[in-house]
Design a protein around this ligand. Structure first.
Ligand code: ZN
Length: 247
């Protein structure tokens, strides 16, 4: 089975379309989406509709989906995120708002090998920023491969025979990670629509369960078009600028 894994799309239609095109060439069997479909970007409705049309096999909500659909307050958001999520709430159609509001919460068990969550398996809104966060999340995971999002950093942690290793952000892409038997893996496929690891290209992953391999990819997409859409929408300028920086 080949799983195509996307996270943190953030209403960036240009990035999503480029990634879907690349995904078709990978001949995947199933689609997994780890949340944050909307927020920050200028095309929340089109992104919701694209994803709904593709009927993902597993789809969970992120914090921006909760606030953007109105089921949670923007309390923990900084000023820019708050202004963008208010715009998102207004821009979303009633149908899409309702659909987002009903997305399930992670973690979701996908099969014997894989589970998915937005932040961590113990708290959908918690962040994995360092080794200690990663160990806590691994401890809570129920499957050997836990896929997570939320940080917008394409990274992998592995615990095998008491050895803890990190798949570094600065290694070449595509990067193949071997999913050894008996090891615990915690991997973020990266953000499709707003990478924050210094690489502006869209991030995603493919898991091949027969080969027991996960491949991390980066893909160039028309960033300037996404930036123009943000400016046209009247969203904060910084949201356009950060796309080019990958920050
Ligand atoms: Zn996000």
């Amino acid at each position: 089975m080949r799983y195509f894994v996307l996270s943190d799309i953030h209403a960036n239609l240009e990035a999503l379309d480029a990634v879907f095109k690349a995904g078709a060439d990978l001949h995947y069997d199933r689609l997994l989406i780890l949340g944050d479909l909307v927020g920050y970007g200028a095309d929340p409705n089109a992104v919701c509709e694209r994803i709904r049309d593709l009927k993902p096999d597993a789809l969970i909500r992120g914090n921006h989906d909760k606030v953007g659909s109105g089921i949670e307050s923007p309390e923990g958001f900084n000023a820019v995120a708050r202004s963008a999520i208010r715009w998102t709430y207004e821009a979303l159609s009633e149908t899409n708002r309702q659909w987002l509001a009903e997305l399930p919460q992670g973690p979701v068990i996908v099969d014997d090998l894989i589970e998915i969550c937005h932040g961590t398996p113990f708290d959908e809104d918690a962040y994995v920023f360092d080794d200690l966060d990663a160990l806590r999340a691994m401890h809570a995971a129920e499957r050997p491969l836990c896929l997570f999002g939320h940080t917008h950093v394409q990274v992998g942690y592995c615990l095998e025979n008491d050895q803890f290793t990190l798949t570094a952000v600065d290694e070449q892409r595509p990067l193949v990670v071997s999913l050894g038997q008996g090891a615990q893996h915690l991997i973020n496929p990266g953000s499709v629509g707003q990478p924050r690891d210094g690489d502006a290209r869209a991030g995603y992953a493919l898991v091949d369960t027969d080969k027991r391999e996960l491949t991390l990819y980066r893909l160039e997409y028309p960033i300037e078009k996404a930036q123009n859409r943000i400016r046209e929408a009247g969203l904060p300028e910084v949201l356009a600028q950060r796309l080019a920086l990958g920050r």
